[in-house]
Design a protein around this ligand. Sequence first.
Ligand SMILES: *[C@@H]1O[C@H](CO)[C@@H](O)[C@H](O)[C@H]1NC(C)=O
Ligand SMILES: *[C@@H]1O[C@H](CO)[C@@H](O)[C@H](O)[C@H]1NC(C)=O
Length: 482
Amino acid sequence: MVFGLIIPFLFSSPAVHGYDLVRDYSGNSFFDGWDFYGHYDNLTLGDVWWLNRDDAFSQGLAYVNNARNVILKVDNTHDVPFNQKRNSIRITTQDAYAVGSLWIMDAVHMPFGCSVWPAFWTKGTGEWPDTGEIDIMEAINLMSNNQMSLHTLPGCTHSTPPNQLGTSAELDCSQAAGCVVSETQPNSYGPAFAAAGGGVFAAQFDVSGIYMWFWSRPNIPPSITGATSTSGIDISQWGPPSASYPSTTCNITQFFSPQTLVLDITLCGIWAGLPVQYQPTCGQNGPTGICYNDNVVGAGSRYNDAFFEIKYIRAYTTGGPVPTPTGAAVAFATLPVMTTTSAARPPADTQLRPSPLFYPGNGASRKSVSFGGVMASVMGLYTFSKRKSLRTMMKQTLVLLVTLATCIMAVPIMESDLEKAGGPRGRPGSLLGLGTDVSGSRPRSVTPARRSQEEGMDGAAVLAGRAEEGDINFAGCLLGLC
Ligand SMILES: *[C@@H]1O[C@H](CO)[C@@H](O)[C@H](O)[C@H]1NC(C)=O
Ligand SMILES: *[C@@H]1O[C@H](CO)[C@@H](O)[C@H](O)[C@H]1NC(C)=O
């Protein structure tokens, strides 16, 4: 029966069970095969600076512990002043793995807590999302279950096969959240994951489909507990996957290029930090109810649980017969499975640009803009309260135009301040990209419509809880617009 789980019913060719090891990432050599991001989070707009390799090691955010497990963590020892980001880690493998690969991660701890957003995922070597993304482990805030997903261009959908343990949510993989499947097995994330001794995540990237498994520590199959850093693996006894995306409704070779593996931890940002996500579980976590203010700012000790502890990550390739649904797929699957990309590194993710609503350091220019915004606001409120005649209506329109112009002027000034703030060790101001996400899940691309919605929300957040000098600017603009 397992046969049918691996290769969906359509194909009568033999299933692939045997995989050969191509790379073991573990212990002291773990970091050899990874690149460190070395830039603030300009992708998911979280309030972190992802350190480069040297800083990650010297600040103790990436190391191998006494148990020979790899630690990747958020800075939990420094106070972060308002308007600055907190240091964290994002690493990407130098190798990309083609269709026909299998990845296994054995971890004893996942980062968790309010504002914390960790992920273990894969990313195509080209443009995003044109070359695909596979989210194997991802969760935010106080979620108790892991969430899996694919991100692709339009045309790849999830057909909710019966042979899947998890619960399908979104079915269209081109939607902002991707085609999401929620884990239903216990202890897949958070304190419960750690209390159970962690567990194993696996993803099979195959022409027949993409399949993901999770086992809490006590349930890990013998084929995995018995595997070594040099042995192959037989997946025939793994049982049904947690998430199953058969190629019947998503042509894998069309939507996915070879994939690099990514491990990262961000804070807040466009999923964990969205008020609709953050407030229900973490809104009472601090005085303002705003993700950045109540978590990232201040003492680091609230991030004592925000770390990965990883025994190993292993990459495998099909050693047995390759599934052969189509001639084209056969040709593709017999290409060399691992392509080294260290010579020509894949471009960084490109879809998200930082919102212009940054709060960089102190700029005299910004103060004058703030002043203009406040003045316009006062006038706006005044005329609003007196709205009676055509004359005042016209006056009001004039004030609105002045205010709009002020707001528009503010944007480039802030962007240039941001560039100035981004020195080699500098941490630019906090990004308050707080938007509403109607789908209830993480958006990965920001459309102009969404952006303006986010900007509106951002201003509202400012009005709600922030009294810093820079905020007056936006408060002023917003009031003026009223
Ligand atoms: C899947 O995509 C590949 C690559 O784009 C193509 O060659 C192949 O014909 C497609 N297969 C199906 C069944 O559409
Ligand atoms: C993010 O920053 C990196 C490093 O500077 C840059 O190469 C990349 O283009 C940036 N991405 C976006 C989406 O801004």
